[in-house]
Design a protein around this ligand. Sequence first.
Ligand code: GLN
Length: 287
Amino acid sequence: MTYREWMTLGTERLQAAGIEEASLDAWYLLERASGISRSRYYLVQKDPFPEEAAEKFQKLLAERERRVPLQQILGDTEFMGLTFLVNEHVLTPRQDTELLEELALKNLQCRTSPARVLDMCTGSSCILLSLLKLVPGLTGTGVDISGEALKVAVENGKRLQTEASFLESDLFEKVEGSFGLIVSNPPYIASEEIPTLMEEVRDHEPIGALDGSADGLEFYRRLVREGKEHVKPGGWMLFEIGCTQAEAVMELLKNGGFLDVYVKKDLAGLERVVGGRRPKQEERNDV
Ligand code: GLN
């Protein structure tokens, strides 16, 4: 069988398994199995597909048919133009989260002196490590409750040649000191919605990175309550949120004494990021 015939077969198998982007996914798997580039494929498509590659391709297809996310099969994915290792212990970095990243970047670029950043629930550490790559002089810590997730984070930190530090902790339990910016994309899906998620997410991404308790808001409550003393006066907290949670999370920040509380929509028009500023010393009559 030729390259092209295998590509067709792969696409058909994934289509039959109900995979939405069947031909795109088949291409990525074929590329990984055979090691050829897209342009090379067009040159060799009528040549016989090497046996070893065919065997590998079939294994990869079988994984995708089981609904293992493409990124977990490939072992890496892109976020902010950088490559991050991923596995079943970390949430796959999503394009949605690039809005939080952009707002964090703007926030840091407005400052006169370099800030220290804390990324709470860091997972693969895509948020923190991209910030460290993009903002010269920035230092930062990534925190996660999962030691397995932190192994991925540490490896990503090494590969991207950053000086991030990491800490295993249940939210702020072991965190010391204060930060100019705390960012977080915490678990925020209401427990009863978990069964309705796509199979890829529900069955293959870590539940601990998704489940935000009964109403999905538990982590925001704790982030504000336990985290506010760790924000430097005048510093910021920025969170990614689920698209129906803006009002509730803004309220939590306001009740926690934060000022300039705002929400920002993503390109799809959905409310996606909420932020607030801890008052400076001279503004602190009510906190
Ligand atoms: N910070 C990571 C991300 O945004 C993981 C988030 C999480 O585990 N909830 O991809």
